[in-house]
Design a protein around this ligand. Structure first.
Ligand code: CAA
Ligand code: NAI
Length: 243
């Protein structure tokens, strides 16, 4: 049991990669708070994952909602050992067509959401003298991607925030790292035109997309004591789609 009795918040854990992470963390002994916007899927996920999973409906883009999440977790569990900032959205469009709304919506969730959650959680980690923060970047943030001005900007920013927080929070006993997944089989990639997705799949040396569990295993490693000296790092989990 690599996370025995640890208390984790995983944002966006009602579906996809976050759900796989909640499942994986519970297998390793953690208590997981699923913080997700999607009320129906969140309640179903908690039900399916059993008595170490709890759903708290949360909009990470809304500071008050995040405050309420943190109060609920601390009230119920007494502490927060791990925060996985996994919630994210896409609003893809070519730069020439991208609307102000598409640009802003992605910034609100993928960037402000991570800022809100981390800022509200760290006072509790600092008081405890330990904690693990894992942020979710993307291949799009590292290499850029056609149609993703908004999304790539946020995922590149995640790397900058991760390094900054590693410098600020290391002396408080808090590890901060990021995972940069490649194209992974979830609803997010299902929205892509099949032709483009096939093109992406074909350039991966491993010749397959990632599975949610592939990414969940990377979150698990960074959340565990095995990664105690890994800090400020962005772990690429992408089948080497680009090098
Ligand atoms: N590489 C090269 N050229 C591309 C391209 C790509 N990845 N994607 C589109 N193009 C080209 C098209 O072939 C097309 O070329 P022509 O004008 O010569 O025909 C041109 O760009 C315009 O493309 P569309 O006709 O598709 O334009 P559109 O306005 O209808 O749609 C789009 C634009 C919404 C960006 C659409 O192309 C699309 O959804 N692309 C996929 C974007 C993508 O990869 N998203 C990743 C989602 S998964 C995710 O985000 C997870 C993660 O972290 C990786
Ligand atoms: P998904 O779309 O399957 O799941 C995202 C979850 O986030 C959903 O449950 C959704 O309800 C929740 N969510 C959306 N907005 C929210 C908000 N404002 N507050 C709280 N929850 C919210 O997506 P997936 O693929 O599981 O993505 C997880 C993370 O991995 C995202 O940050 C994504 O950008 C990143 N990523 C995904 C890749 C992929 O190919 N699937 C590749 C690289 C990164």
């Amino acid at each position: 049991m690599r996370l025995s009795n640890k208390v984790a918040i995983i944002t966006g854990a009602a579906n996809g990669i976050g759900y796989a992470a909640a499942e994986r963390f519970i297998e390793e002994g953690a208590h997981v708070f699923i913080a997700d916007f999607d009320e129906k899927a969140g309640a179903q996920a908690a039900n399916k994952l059993g008595n170490q999973a709890y759903f708290v409906q949360t909009n990470v883009a809304d500071r008050e909602s995040v405050k309420s999440l943190v109060a609920t977790v601390v009230g119920q569990a007494g502490r927060i050992d791990i925060l996985v900032n996994n919630a994210g959205i896409t609003r893809d469009a070519m730069l020439i067509k991208m609307t102000e709304e598409q640009f802003q919506q992605v910034l609100d969730v993928n960037l402000s959401g991570v800022f809100h959650c981390t800022q509200e959680v760290i006072p509790h980690m600092i008081a405890a003298g330990h904690g693990k923060i894992i942020n979710t970047s993307s291949v799009s943030g590292i290499y850029g991607n056609v149609g993703q001005t908004n999304y790539a900007a946020t995922k590149a920013a995640i790397i900058g925030m991760t390094k900054t927080w590693a410098k600020e929070l290391g002396r408080k006993g808090i590890n901060v790292n990021a995972v940069a997944p490649g194209f992974t089989e979830t609803e997010m990639v299902k929205k892509m035109p099949e032709k483009i997705l096939e093109q992406m799949r074909s350039i991966v040396p491993l010749q397959r997309l990632g599975t949610p569990r592939d990414i969940a295993n990377a979150y698990l490693f960074l959340a565990s004591d095995e990664a105690s000296y890994v800090h400020g790092h962005t772990l690429h989990v992408d089948g080497a789609i680009m090098m």
